[in-house]
Design a binder for this molecule. Structure first.
Ligand code: NAD
Length: 298
């Protein structure tokens, strides 16, 4: 594809690696973050540091943002980007935020004549650095077609989810199912152990039976069982329990907004909240097995 001028806002754990991959592919990346060290790292990775978000997007063909939460996205777009970006630019927000804010910011962009997609990611910091993220994209089909080659430079899969907000909706529904499913897998292994089963033997049985799941066969929460996973590194790295809690909150909030019943999602949220309150938020989300088997200590 032809090289683009890209304004990149938010160079944290995820955005830092994503901006670096765009620069490595030859794009002209004008980067901004509130944190000086993040800006310095982006410069080292081949981006040009801008003095503000408005400056970063002033000449952009494409804007990519990777910010913490909905309020940051709303503020940065409304106060900095909308007034500074060329009308021809495509806006791509890759942050994980609530569906309502994603739709509202996209509608505000449209009202100003700007095209926007929500494109949250699956995959953590390692995938952001390696350029192997999966993107779920909400917006018009035309905007998706424009976003696809840019996102492909940072990921291994780019999937169209539908109308504005659909990327966020797909992401939080998927992660809600993952959270509930991981807890079910953890309590199953904890019970199997208390019932005197050898956990490798139980894995060999259940991974070929109907209790099988991704949480079991690709990300087993038991050390030494199944393929290598964060459990084998004392639950370091991987997908932090605090981020799973964030996504569960977004899912439950979205469910309330449309009157959907999500009892398992709600229960998963309270268990991850309890785990975070005990100090487990920085551990991989599969470490919740330690809450369930009673072995958790700070
Ligand atoms: P992070 O906190 O490391 O990075 C966010 C960056 O945004 C920070 O560097 C911060 O300084 C910057 N920022 C905040 N307000 C700003 C503003 N007004 N202008 C410019 N910069 C601003 O977070 P992260 O881990 O990179 O996550 C980013 C998003 O990706 C979140 O929505 C998160 O839920 C989602 N996500 C994270 C992971 C993960 O494993 N870390 C995985 C999937 C999705």
């Amino acid at each position: 594809m032809s090289m683009a001028t890209i304004g990149f806002i938010g160079l944290g754990n995820m955005g830092g690696g994503m901006a670096a991959n765009l620069a490595a592919k030859g794009h002209d990346v004008r980067a901004f973050d509130l944190v000086r060290e993040a800006l310095d790292r982006a410069e080292t990775a081949g981006c040009k540091a801008a003095a503000s978000a408005a400056e970063a997007v002033g000449n952009a063909d494409i804007v990519v943002s990777m910010l913490p939460a909905g309020q940051h996205v709303r503020t940065v777009y409304e106060k900095e980007i909308f007034g500074a970006v060329p009308l021809s630019a495509l806006l791509i927000d890759c942050s994980t935020i609530d569906v309502g804010t994603a739709r509202a910011v996209s509608a505000a962009a449209q009202a100003k004549g700007l095209a926007m997609v929500d494109a949250p990611v699956s995959g953590g910091i390692a995938a952001a650095n390696a350029g192997s993220l999966t993107f779920m994209v909400g917006g018009s089909a035309e905007s998706f077609a424009r976003a696809e080659p840019i996102l492909a430079a940072m990921g291994k899969a780019v999937i169209y989810a539908g109308a504005p907000g659909s990327g966020q909706a797909a992401k939080i529904v998927n992660n809600m199912m993952l959270g509930a499913n991981m807890i079910a897998t953890c309590e199953g292994f904890a019970l199997a152990q208390k019932l005197g089963l050898d956990l490798q033997t139980f894995f060999d049985i259940s991974s070929k039976a109907s209790g099988q799941s991704w949480s079991m066969t690709s990300y087993c929460p038991v050390p030494g069982v199944g393929p290598e996973s964060p459990a084998d590194r004392d639950y370091d790295g991987g997908f932090a329990a605090a981020l799973m809690l964030k996504d569960l909150k977004l899912a439950v909030e979205a469910a309330q907004g449309v009157g959907a019943s999500v009892p398992m999602g709600g229960h998963a949220e309270s268990l991850y909240q309890a785990f975070a309150n005990l100090g487990g938020g920085g551990k991989d989300f599969s470490a919740i097995i330690k809450l369930l088997d009673g072995s958790f200590s700070r």
